[in-house]
Design a protein around this ligand. Structure first.
Ligand SMILES: C[S@@+](CC[C@H](N)C(=O)[O-])C[C@H]1O[C@@H](n2cnc3c(N)ncnc32)[C@H](O)[C@@H]1O
Ligand code: SF4
Length: 459
């Protein structure tokens, strides 16, 4: 997960949307006629693809979470899901290999991730199968490339971690949210600190090179002192990475009752901003560097394929009903929903699909050159290192300050930009700009994306 955007839906409700990629899935629409994957991928560069498998199961449904996931997998659903994933992988491999490749551009995967939901909801044997499908069907050489896996403390068991480590996992990202039990309860995330710490110990024992811990600030009852306790508890394990997420409250989630009609809560926003600054300063003082508003990396830690650095790649091959795939001209996925009933319906539909269905893209968004510019600019700007102007020129043949004059002037007037010339040809957010990352994405949305997101009805 990367960046948050905020739009007002057709219900007049403020939707907070975390999104790694522009545009968000709420801007996707059914594709008619459905394009063939073989046609979509024919002319794409395929020498450095990213792979993503989405596992939409969790043991619990946390009060804050609107990710595409359901509680449990009854009646063999996880087996049926892996069966469907296998069928999808086979069709996807056919599509990637359909066109004769130019020498040196045979399909090759440069990074991989298993996300969710909770991939480690799968048993150790099921994780073996997931790795086998990925390697054998698609030819992803998991042991040769960075492989990042998301896990929850309760499911980060020694047997599952051993499978992941032996199959080449280089990064294990653990959702902690808070080391204070009362805060975990307030976030409707039932867990105990002792269990979280035991899980972190197991990850360290498994010797997966990069440990990431997710923490959330802005939880009901959280204070500067209790936030600091969580930060210090995390730092005690010297994780290679830490993600600090502001709490986002969205419609149809357990905490959704706090969503205010038509606007946000200024007091709460100010509290989260204060906690952000506190967290940032604390981590910077403890030898971490800031990669983006949310992501911090311990100095000299290896880069192991976290989601943040996947953002720039065009060629993304996603498997599973919650995964997105990207070609340079189309972003596509299956249907998207948040409510329990809708998510279950989409998963049930996915597992029932015959193999032939997986040869087509169903729901998506056409990427024009203008949208590609916006995407590149937003994603680069939201990284602490910013946008390299020469790289932008190379890609698009134009200058970002010509393409986005008004938007960049507005950011500059607010003190949120560091001038390009002063930064060796980079446009970077100032520390204040980085602190307001969530307000920056929407400034660059196209009219079309804005309208599609606003028309989207959360279900
Ligand atoms: C896929 S989960 C991580 C793995 C696992 N499912 C877990 O929760 O332990 C993704 C992460 O996104 C963050 N997240 C999800 N929804 C959020 C929200 N509404 N506000 C802030 N952070 C959120 C949480 O920190 C969570 O750990
Ligand atoms: S935060 Fe993680 S465990 Fe909780 S519902 Fe979301 S994906 Fe599942």
């Amino acid at each position: 997960m990367c960046t948050l955007y905020q739009v007002v839906s057709s219900h007049g409700v403020n939707i907070h949307l975390t999104m790694c990629w522009y545009p968000h899935k709420t801007a996707y629409r059914p594709l008619s006629p459905r394009p063939r994957l073989a046609d979509l991928w024919a002319a794409e560069p395929k020498h450095a693809l990213s792979f993503y498998a989405h596992i939409p199961f969790c043991e619990v449904r946390c009060g804050f979470c609107n990710l595409f996931t359901r509680i449990g997998a009854p009646d063999g659903l996880s087996t049926a899901y892996l069966d469907a994933l296998d069928r999808q992988a086979a069709r996807t491999a056919e599509a990637l290999n359909a066109a004769p490749a130019a020498p040196g551009d045979e399909p090759h995967f440069a990074q991989a991730a298993f996300g969710g939901g909770t991939p480690t909801f799968l048993t150790a044997d099921e994780l073996v199968r997931l790795c086998d499908i990925t390697e054998r069907r698609l030819g992803v050489d998991l042991r040769a490339i960075p492989l990042s896996v998301e896990a929850s403390p309760a499911t980060a068991t020694a047997d599952r971690l051993a499978v992941l480590a032996s199959r080449g996992a280089t990064r294990l990202s653990l959702g902690v949210q808070s080391f204070v039990d009362a805060e975990a309860r307030a976030a409707v995330r039932p867990q105990h600190r002792a269990d979280v710490e035991a899980a972190i110990g197991r990850v360290r024992d498994a010797r997966i090179p990069v440990l990431n811990l997710d923490l959330i600030y802005g939880i009901d009852g959280q204070t500067e002192a209790s936030w600091r306790r969580s930060l210090d508890a995390a730092l005690a394990f010297e994780p290679e990475e830490l993600y600090l997420y502001p709490l986002y409250v969205r419609p149809l989630t357990g905490l959704g009752r706090r969503a205010t009609a038509g606007g946000s809560d200024p007091v709460w926003d100010a509290q989260r901003l204060a906690l952000y600054r506190q967290g940032r300063d604390h981590l910077l003082a403890h030898g971490y560097e800031q990669v983006s508003m949310r992501m911090f990396r311990r100095a000299a830690s290896p880069q192991a394929g976290g989601t943040e650095y996947c953002c720039q790649t065009d060629g993304m091959v996603g498997l599973g009903c919650g995964a997105r795939s990207y070609t340079s001209r189309l972003h596509y996925s299956f249907d998207y929903a948040v409510s329990t009933a809708e998510v279950r319906g989409i998963i049930d539909d996915y597992v029932a699909r015959p193999a032939a269905d997986f040869a087509y893209a169903e729901v998506g968004f056409a990427m024009t050159q203008d949208e590609a510019r916006r995407r590149h600019l937003v994603q680069s700007l939201l990284q602490a290192e910013g946008l390299e102007v020469a790289d932008y020129r190379r890609r698009f043949g134009s200058d970002p300050s010509d393409d986005f004059t008004a938007e960049l002037i507005r950011l500059d007037e607010r003190g949120w930009l560091v001038a390009a010339t002063a930064q060796g040809g980079r446009i970077r957010l100032s520390p204040e700009g980085l602190a307001h990352s969530d307000a920056i994405g929407p400034a660059f949305f196209s009219t079309q994306v804005r309208a599609a997101m606003a028309a989207y009805e959360t279900r």
